[in-house]
Ligand binder design. Sequence first.
Ligand SMILES: Nc1ncnc2c1ncn2[C@@H]1O[C@H](COP(=O)(O)OP(=O)(O)OP(=O)(O)O)[C@@H](O)[C@H]1O
Ligand SMILES: [Mg+2]
Length: 262
Amino acid sequence: MAEDKYFSAIERVDVEPQKVKRLEKTLEDLKVEEEVFDQYTLMTLYELSRRGYLDGLMGFVKTGKEANVARGVRGDELVAVKLYRVATSDFRRMWRYIRGDPRFHRIGRKRHQIVYAWAEKEFKNLARAYEAGVRCPEPIAHMNNVLIMEFIGDDEGNPYPLIKDYPPEDEETAEEVFWGILEDYRRMYRRAELVHGDLSEYNILYGGDGDYRIIDFSQGVLLDHPLAEELLLRDIRNVTNFFTRLGVDTPPIDELVEEIRG
Ligand SMILES: Nc1ncnc2c1ncn2[C@@H]1O[C@H](COP(=O)(O)OP(=O)(O)OP(=O)(O)O)[C@@H](O)[C@H]1O
Ligand SMILES: [Mg+2]
């Protein structure tokens, strides 16, 4: 299975006070508010770095209620580090998606178990999509509530903006991006047997000149999931509506969906 190519693990990490102290000191130097990390997250980062997947953190790209995304360094490359917050996650919503997913039928009902499964699901979905040729960040590693992937942005560490804030520069480029995304969706559906589940102008990064990436695969489900059809339709509707507003001449949504299903 394509997704097994990448390191992904849910492992117990023991909190070792000296290590936590040392990490907290590093974070202090970076002026990271430490309340965004609990001690288990710190130990998970420590484990990932011990295994060679991360050499350091360089501040946050985005902090949210459920997840924070940080800039990380690995060798001489930037990586994106997505950290799910265990305490403030809406694990009931997560459970609705995980419940119907045979990949996770054995997980327990504790809050942290659900959040870890959610992160694992996002990572596995991303790996499947990437291996199917979808334009998305390259997956690097997952452990517990932490995901590491390719950083999508410029060399100075600025992430590409969301396409909603920085739309393609002219109608021709917009049309090219629209059809690129639909082609990606077809690959995702046919080769990866996956539905994105949260596709819209809020989860597409755009760097200009037609260069886009699809992100945030956490709500993705496999085709046999009870929500798959509904999510497929919503995804295609969102994307089509957005590009229609940009002036792209888009075909009817049911035709596009048929084309994807094949
Ligand atoms: N691989 C990446 N490279 C660069 N920036 C990224 C990457 N992944 C995510 N980001 C940045 O972090 C933001 C949030 O990421 P994402 O959409 O995956 O999380 P989210 O759970 O939807 O968060 P929220 O719901 O708060 O937007 C993105 O809008 C983008 O700015
Ligand atoms: Mg998002």
